[in-house]
Ligand binder design. Structure first.
Ligand code: DOR
Ligand code: ZN
Ligand code: ZN
Length: 446
């Protein structure tokens, strides 16, 4: 037999170990893992010269935009950024134009994506207006629901605890997770309105409005509602000590809970936000330093299940305004996440095992992405090749994302994704996109 491709001389992460081996790839799948002598014949062999080979990363929190927001990012630029960052699968958030919140909008989005994506993409949906449509949305292939608690985005009334309870009962029957942006709208708007009336329009005002309490209130409110059901809640981008502690308590009580945090809460504090300015503004915002220590502990003790980028691109022109309330919040993260994490491996704060668990294994398990998340025979050949010794400087002007700015600009990092394979096809080679658009797969829930 002749296979499509053999990756030779690798140090590959297999079964929790880094082993010297070769990988044969055929028809998009990992066909065989073994010694070079045991590889099937091939016309295409790539000598990886002992570089580290990891399962492609899965970023469960990405705003790919496109459609009415294509000026911020589109499926092509966003998935190019993912490939450049060593990420082979992303889950796309629903706050689009139109909002993904019905069979029709989901189908429309998948159709636009199909011809443009370079990596695999699965889709979140907001809850629909008519709850009866919930099941159809899952049948159409959404991988999970998103519940945005900071503002009314989807069709479900977020002020109505009873409506939330009914929605949770429905999704627990469908066995899909609900991913939650935990900032309580009532608490947030109250603070925001008071600050606006007092003419407070700067970053300090934004920090006051988006307080730790706003996060904790949302977490606790949802834990109370969910405790009456069997729903699986996944808390997005947890940023505070008490937010995380509330989730840990919920986990200890036996609730079906998972959570993620993002690199910007692990590496940046309010001091960085103050120094950099509104360019670094995100929702929730960066926090005081003690929160950072708590989050790192949460990673060490595996209370935090996933790391995700919350890649949320906006044009540079929308990142500044006279009033902080008019600034678009969100930063790109697809191209900085892996280098930042690899640098921590050099420093001894993370291990390769941590990175694979947080960004491949757990995402695949939690969002039920079959055939992904680890390197094994029969799985999809989604692979990232990493040069652990490659030192470089983060330079947002080289981003494939349309959002060419980063709070990490100029940071010295060590470790870099140098090749990304999606379904056995080489998509990124040394920062360059070499794959064809449409190479990625639309991931539909089975
Ligand atoms: O910083 C953020 N950006 N937080 C959000 O909740 C939304 C996101 C976006 O879509 O820009
Ligand atoms: Zn969010
Ligand atoms: Zn987000």
């Amino acid at each position: 037999m002749i296979v499509d491709l053999v990756l030779s001389n690798t140090k590959a992460y297999i079964d929790n170990e880094i082993v010297n081996c070769s990988l044969a790839i055929n028809q998009g799948k990992i066909f065989k893992i073994g010694t070079e002598a045991n590889m099937p014949r091939t016309d295409t062999k790539i000598d990886l010269k002992n570089l580290l080979v990891l399962p492609g990363l899965i970023d469960v929190h990405v705003h790919l935009r496109d459609e009415g927001k294509a000026y911020k990012e589109d499926f092509c630029s966003g998935t190019a950024a993912a490939a450049a960052g060593g990420i082979t699968t992303v889950l796309d958030m629903p706050n689009n134009k139109p909002v993904t919140m019905s069979v029709e909008t989901l189908r429309g989005r998948m159709k636009v994506a199909e011809r443009k994506i370079l990596v695999n993409v699965g889709f979140y949906s907001e809850f629909p207006k008519n709850m009866k449509e919930t099941e159809e949305i899952i049948r159409e292939g959404a991988v999970a629901f998103k519940l945005y608690m900071a503002e009314q985005v989807g069709g479900l009334n977020i002020d109505d605890d009873y409506a939330l309870l009914e929605a949770f009962k429905t999704v627990s029957r469908l066995k899909v997770p609900v991913a939650i942006h935990a900032e309580d709208k009532t608490a947030l708007k109250k603070a925001e309105d008071e600050l606006k009336r007092a003419n407070c329009n700067d970053i300090e005002a934004f920090l006051k409005a988006h307080s730790e309490k706003v996060e904790v209130t949302a977490v606790e409110r949802l834990l109370n509602i969910a405790a009456q059901t069997n729903v699986h809640m996944h808390f997005c981008h947890i940023s505070t000590e008490n937010g995380l502690n509330a989730i840990i308590d919920g986990k200890k009580s036996g609730m079906k809970l998972t959570c993620e945090t993002t690199p910007h809460y692990l590496f940046l504090s309010v001091d960085d936000l103050r120094r950099i300015g509104t360019l670094a503004l995100t929702m929730p915002p960066m926090r005081e330093k003690h929160h950072i220590a708590t989050l790192w502990n949460g990673i060490k003790n595996s209370w935090i299940d996933i790391l995700a980028s919350d890649h949320a691109p906006h044009p540079l022109g929308q990142k500044e305004a006279k009033s902080v309330w008019d600034v678009k919040v969100g930063i790109p993260g697809l191209e900085t996440t892996l280098p930042l994490l690899l640098t921590e491996v050099k420093r001894g704060r993370l291990s390769i095992t941590d990175i694979v668990r947080l960004m491949s294994e757990k995402p695949a398990e939690i969002f039920r992405l079959k055939g992904r998340g680890c390197l094994k025979e029969g799985n999809n050949a989604d692979v990232v090749v990493v040069d652990l010794d490659r030192k470089h400087k983060i330079d947002s002007s080289r981003f494939h994302s349309k959002a060419k700015y980063s709070p990490f600009d100029g940071w010295n990092v060590e470790g870099k994704p140098v090749k990304t394979f999606v379904g056995g096809r080489l998509i990124m080679d040394e920062e360059e996109i070499v794959g064809e658009v449409g190479s990625g797969e639309i991931i539909r829930r089975e």
